[in-house]
Design a protein around this ligand. Structure first.
Ligand SMILES: Cc1cc2nc3c(=O)[nH]c(=O)nc-3n(C[C@H](O)[C@H](O)[C@H](O)COP(=O)(O)OP(=O)(O)OC[C@H]3O[C@@H](n4cnc5c(N)ncnc54)[C@H](O)[C@@H]3O)c2cc1C
Length: 415
């Protein structure tokens, strides 16, 4: 007898999918090439944006992450024109727990879920098919090859997605004009605040994570890559030292090596590429790591998928229609990814974005909208709409002509 679903990949997207399917009483196999329960993704800044909080709460993961030491934060943002303070009353915070803690915890949760079989040390090397329909996978382990038939195959196998490749699914790739380097620091002065600096096309961050650590990073345009060729700790510390209200960092506060990459291109695939096959997380959309969206998209796309297909796998709905409903939900990600592709190449920040950044330092309504956008808690239209752009333009004009009038704009900001 086959499985209701085979999930390929036991990382964020795969574990979330398997958890939800298992909790719904379905039979699931999770195939993961890593052999160890403790394996984790190393190249990840693990800053999960506030827009994912409702999903994490629904999955029962938010409190569990806090229990394991996760730190929450709403960074203040330096725009070059001034500081934008977060709307602490209405903006859900981001949450940060290093992947070395998060990944094994999620995998254990999956292993403990009735109905779910976790197959570690198994690599998917082929697909079972009937015509165009994907009907299962072939997995290879030390014990040899085994066929795992299923009504639904879920590719949660990351940005290179071997499952997509085996199914002949092309990725729509795009270049990224920025690099990312970060490291961890401890013993920062008491009262230090999470901050994010927008410096033209560059972004610098200092945000808390578990175990009393702070992640300190520079995500810059590749034209500024040269100082990061070696002695990267010094390069990060020098970059931050020029920024307003940055903490002074010392070598004795460093924890571990500098992590990062000088190049991380985009890849987008149809999340429902063939009958019987769906893609979630990075396998569907590997976006720019700079705005820290990937973990959130992994959790949220798995939630959209399972909401759509659970009734179908219980025989109450057509599976093809359910998969198409998932594709529609996934458009939330696609809209942001289109903007991110432009942003990752635009080394000169576009005029509307500059306007919004400047207006947000004066006008609490524009600031609130920018916060929802940055935390991916609303579609991009929360900022990118004619009314908000017009309001931003009026605010900036008033601020430049008569700074004293700016207080009026704040006071009359709509909610
Ligand atoms: C430099 C960098 C920084 C980032 N920082 C952040 C951040 O701060 N915040 C954020 O939200 N996102 C960040 N991301 C993105 C985030 O790491 C990813 O979006 C997220 O890990 C995607 O999760 P996933 O489950 O889809 O895929 P992955 O985590 O890539 O997992 C894929 C899984 O599939 C398994 N697998 C692959 N092939 C096979 C096979 N053939 N058979 C069986 N198993 C297989 C792999 O072993 C792995 O366990 C960052 C990414 C990068 C590159």
């Amino acid at each position: 007898m086959g499985f209701d679903a085979v999930v390929v990949g036991a990382s964020l997207a795969g574990c979330t999918t398997a958890l939800q399917l298992g909790r719904a009483g379905l039979r699931v196999a999770v195939v993961e090439r890593q052999r160890s329960m403790g394996a984790h993704k190393g190249l990840c800044g693990h800053f999960v944006l506030g827009g994912t909080k409702p999903t994490l709460e629904r999955l029962g993961l938010w409190q569990a992450m806090l229990d394991r030491g996760a730190a929450t934060s709403r960074p203040r943002v330096w725009t070059g024109d001034g500081w934008v303070d977060p709307d602490v009353d209405r903006l859900d915070p981001a949450i940060s727990l290093r992947r070395r803690v998060l990944d094994p915890f999620l995998r254990q949760l999956v292993a403990d879920t009735p109905g779910v079989e976790l197959l570690l040390g198994h690599r998917v090397t082929g697909l079972l098919t009937e015509g165009r329909r994907v009907t299962g996978v072939r997995a290879t382990s030390d014990a040899g090859e085994q066929a795992l038939p299923a009504r639904l195959v879920v590719g949660a196998d990351g940005h290179t997605s071997p499952v997509a490749r085996l199914a002949g699914v092309e990725a729509d790739a795009a270049p990224n004009g920025r690099f990312l380097y970060w490291s961890y620091y401890r013993d920062l002065p008491a009262g230090e605040e999470p901050k994010l600096w927008l410096v033209g096309a560059d972004v610098a961050v200092i945000v808390p994570t578990d175990d009393g650590l702070w992640l300190v990073g520079v995500f810059g345009a590749k034209a500024g890559l040269e100082p990061f060729a070696d002695r990267r700790h010094e390069a990060i510390e020098r970059y931050l030292s020029d920024l307003p209200e940055s903490p002074s960092l010392h070598p004795e506060q460093r924890v571990g090596k500098v992590v990062g990459t000088s190049d991380y291109p985009f890849a987008r695939r149809d999340p429902v590429p063939r009958p019987g096959l769906v893609l979630v997380g990075d396998a569907a959309t590997t976006s720019d790591p700079v705005p820290a969206v990937g973990c959130g998209w992994a959790f949220r796309s798995a939630e959209w998928l399972t909401d759509a297909v659970i009734p179908a796998l219980h025989g109450r709905r057509d599976l093809g229609r359910a998969a198409r409903a998932y594709r529609r939900s996934h458009r939330f990600v696609d809209r942001y990814d289109r903007l991110a592709r432009r942003d990752a190449l635009t080394l000169d920040v576009p005029r509307p974005a500059r306007l919004i950044r400047e207006a947000a330092t004066h006008d609490s309504d524009v600031a609130r909208r920018l916060g929802l956008f940055a935390m991916r808690a609303a579609p991009p239209s929360v900022v990118m709409n004619p009314r908000t752009l017009a309001r931003a333009w009026r605010t900036v004009r008033a601020a430049r002509r008569a700074p004293s009038a700016v207080g009026d704009v704040r006071a009359t900001a709509t909610t």
